[in-house]
Design a protein around this ligand. Sequence first.
Ligand SMILES: Cc1cc2nc3c(=O)[nH]c(=O)nc-3n(C[C@H](O)[C@H](O)[C@H](O)COP(=O)(O)OP(=O)(O)OC[C@H]3O[C@@H](n4cnc5c(N)ncnc54)[C@H](O)[C@@H]3O)c2cc1C
Length: 374
Amino acid sequence: MANIGRVLIVGGGIAGMSASIRFREQGIAVDLIDLDPEWRVYGAGITITGPTLRAYKRLGLIEAIKTQGCISNGASIFRFDGIHLQDLDEPALEEGLPATGGIMRPVLHRIMQERVKELGIDVRLGLTVSALENVDQGVNVTLSNGTSAFYDLVVGADSINSSVRTIAFPHMSEAVHTGQGCWRISIARPPMLERGEMYFGHQFPAGITPCAKDKVYLWMLTPHIRRERHFNETELFDNLKANLGPFGNSAGWIRDNMQLTDWINYRPLVAVLQPKPWNVGRIVLLGDAVHATTPHLASGAGIAVESALVLVDELVAAPSVNEGLTAYQERRYHRCHDVVETSIAVGKLQLEGGSPDQIGSMIGGALHRLAEDF
Ligand SMILES: Cc1cc2nc3c(=O)[nH]c(=O)nc-3n(C[C@H](O)[C@H](O)[C@H](O)COP(=O)(O)OP(=O)(O)OC[C@H]3O[C@@H](n4cnc5c(N)ncnc54)[C@H](O)[C@@H]3O)c2cc1C
């Protein structure tokens, strides 16, 4: 086993919490810092595909997700105006694993945060790193509150605008806009909705994921609207309602029943896969900090959990830290490349008006590859 006694994880999101849990379960001391003083996550739901569920099973959290989220055996496909086209039954990847599902992000974070606390991980909030210096066998870290400490390893899981990446990997580029934006609304479950739904045949693809007995979120992709300032609440509401104008079935119900008080969000899509190496000395990147993707395969969170498991498992198995970090990147690069590049390609095809068949087979092919074990 590589000689690691104490790790600093920067960023307490999906990747950072997954790595913290796995490291701590291996008996390694973990300090977890997050910039947000309240350690919040905002209100939308998240789709958890079969591979994501498998990763959460390996992290030991599948039962809580099954109970507190919403699991299903597939999705139904509709033409945008509500005509039912087909039902997609997805096979479970492993015995006892649901095929697919959804969960509210705050619920998923609470499940992960509870496990982090249960393991006695030292969580410090409202903090980031301000300086990192690789030294022999470790890293000297200066935190934003002016304190400093030595760690055997620093993991940058601080997402798209990673401070760890900016400080230690100045050659890496920022995530780039893909030309699309994602609208999301969290809302009461439409009465006719039985399981996840997807809507095709319109220039704005959309879908609905159930996240609890009484809650769903709807997503819709549109060409990105460049603006000087963010949409205010009324503009978000009016624009999404107008975009949903020609939609039928549950999407139409959402249009007719949405309220200004529902959580509505618009976010331009960005993505980037950073080149290897993903480590410099004892500083390593994880999750969106190194493989930020768009939601086209609903797999960003899934690959973040997988990468965290692989990082820790390879470090535990390797004779040295360097070999463990190299093995982590070797195992993860091609899979993450597939997710990021396919997601970008699907978005491009949607913007170019590609046919639902073309788009469907691109998504289906990638999901099929992701079903293979990591
Ligand atoms: C519109 C949209 C929809 C998506 N839908 C899905 C989906 O349905 N299914 C799916 O699997 N994936 C989805 N994703 C992708 C998924 O959300 C991300 O891939 C996943 O959250 C990445 O986890 P992470 O831990 O790397 O980053 P995050 O979850 O963003 O967590 C980063 C953490 O770091 C903290 N932080 C940020 N900066 C700093 C700093 N400088 N110092 C310290 N802490 C810091 C933040 O407060 C946060 O807690 C979607 C993404 C988008 C944009």
